[in-house]
Design a protein around this ligand. Sequence first.
Ligand code: SAM
Length: 216
Amino acid sequence: MLVTKNLVPGESVYGEKRISIDSADVDGAKVEYRVWNPFRSKLAAGVLGGMDKIFIVPGSKVLYLGAASGTSVSHVADIVGPEGVVYAVEFSHRSGRDLINMAKKRTNVIPIIEDARTPHKYRILLSTVDVIFADIAQPDQARIVALNAHEFLKVGGHAVISIKANCIDSTAPAEAVFDREVNVLRGEMFKPLEQITLEPYERDHAMVTARYIRHM
Ligand code: SAM
């Protein structure tokens, strides 16, 4: 089972289970964890599917593209903790409302209701980030990641991308689609590091990590 340490103990975000355990370091104190379901989160599926590294650690600055209503974002906020920050970009106003509500309690989340294709519109809200995570299910997803990387990703930083094959090309075999997206990243100064499928949690999805080598 995958869990994250609850940044706001006593509260669930979307009805997920919480688990409280006695802490070893503080007398009588309890630490609370939230269950992270890989069938509901591509990032959780990547972790449980065997991804070696997701590069998101306590203190990380993360640009999260495709935040939806913020369920997975809330777990990323748990991981980066109070020293980190998650810039969560979502262009749907309907999902954005839930995202904004979630961020009221998790103050390390900065909700940004904009199109990830126009990073200059949110330039003023961001500093340089360590990691870009993308789950936007768009045909030009790798290009969108690159646009954001050229604006915000530090050299030596990482991209973690969930690729849904049939959103990009429903006629080509999934492997060919994944290769094409990885090649787009190569052309945009990324060095691909790892690629796994998200089976059994998601069909025809891959998760790819890559290091940003230098600015273009
Ligand atoms: N990552 C989310 C999770 O695990 O809960 C699910 C993301 S869902 C597959 C894709 C999201 O990306 C949708 O909410 C959609 O509105 C958003 N999206 C798609 N294209 C976008 C764009 N160009 N800019 C911002 N958000 C976008």
